[in-house]
Write a protein that binds this ligand. Structure first.
Ligand code: GTP
Ligand code: MG
Length: 311
């Protein structure tokens, strides 16, 4: 399957829900009325696009109706254009050299920390990212900094074996910051291009979790200037708008550089990608479309909007 085909297949559920409802509304009443505009609004909200995006789309539909009249008014095309515009606005301005959407430091390893609540896909995404960068001839290392569960260390080691990527790990219960420190040392010694740090999603309390992350980032920041160079929040698309709340909390504790939205393959809530990017102004860097190593794609605003609306 080609890249776009895979992207589209993964977004099929979101696409179906969104376009089916919009088509039903415009087919029934081709002439825009206050009532049909309200229905369009409801459909957009139901697709988890968020209030701000919904208002932008309905505003554009209304404007088009008032200036061009109802004949040939294509609601879907308008929605697609507005979504694309909004996604591009948050994606732009990243700047600097990049590799597959990630910053790339001129010298020394680029350190990428993956954070998020439990079960969102941090470990899987660390492995997928290592694999993606490997296919681009980058040398990569993984750090097993979720030391809170023994199984978490085993899980990432298994990925390492499968992908032939070295995993720097400590003992179960070890200080995550000290494992991260060892991993940065190893990455420097081996001249690795990228180091991906898998972190815990659950500790005794949420306060602990945020403090651990802050400490981990502080420790490696002292060791290597600017590290972690990327802090990616991993969000589970199936949680819909809940992800927005998580994103706000994490962003306050550990300044994020971008988002990864996973499990888009299993949900019709794909619209939340748009809502979150719009509300937080943080770029979505990657999306997860399955459980395999190559089921991760750099986010592409244009393709995303196209996959949402195109037949
Ligand atoms: N369908 C699908 N499943 C995914 C995706 N990403 C991750 N998963 C699955 O989600 C589950 C949780 O993934 P993990 O990577 O273990 O999540 P985590 O954030 O590391 O979880 P904790 O370490 O418990 O905090 C696993 O069964 C993954 O295979 C995705 O993009 N699509
Ligand atoms: Mg994990």
């Amino acid at each position: 399957m080609g890249l776009f085909a895979k992207f589209k297949a993964g977004l099929q559920k979101t696409h179906a829900k969104l376009t089916h409802e919009l088509k039903r509304i415009v087919t029934r009443s081709p002439k825009l009325t206050a009532e049909s505009l309200e229905e369009i609004e409801q459909a957009l909200i139901a697709a988890d696009l968020g209030l701000a995006m919904t208002a932008q789309i309905t505003g554009a539909v209304k404007h088009a109706y008032e200036t061009q009249g109802g004949a040939g008014l294509d609601c879907l095309a308008i929605a697609r254009a507005e979504i694309e515009k909004s996604l591009l606005a948050a994606t732009n301005g990243a700047g600097g050299p990049a590799q597959a959407g990630l910053k790339k430091m001129a010298a020394g390893p680029t350190v990428v920390s993956l954070v998020g609540v439990n079960g969102t896909g941090k470990t899987t995404t660390s492995a997928k990212l290592a694999h993606l960068l490997q296919t681009q001839n980058q040398t990569v290392l993984l750090a097993a900094c979720d030391t809170f569960r023994a199984a978490a260390i085993e899980q990432i080691k298994l990925w390492g074996t499968r992908l032939k990527v070295d995993v720097i790990a400590g003992a179960y219960g070890a200080d995550p910051a000290s494992v991260a420190h060892d991993a940065v040392t190893a990455a420097q010694a081996r001249h690795a291009d990228y180091l991906f740090i898998d972190t815990a999603g659950r500790l005794h309390t949420k306060h602990n979790l945020m403090q651990e992350l802050q400490k981990l980032h502080r420790v490696i920041g002292k060791q290597l200037a600017g590290a972690p160079h990327e802090v990616l929040l991993v969000l589970d698309a199936t949680t819909g708008m809940n992800a927005l709340v998580q994103a706000r909390e994490f962003h306050k504790a550990v300044p994020l550089t971008g988002l990864v939205v996973t499990k888009l393959d299993g949900t019709s809530k794909g619209g939340m990608v748009v809502a979150i990017q719009k509300e937080l102004g943080l770029p979505i860097k990657f999306i997860g479309l399955g459980e395999q190593a190559d089921d991760l794609q750099p986010f592409d605003a244009k393709q995303f909007a196209q996959a949402l609306f195109e037949e």
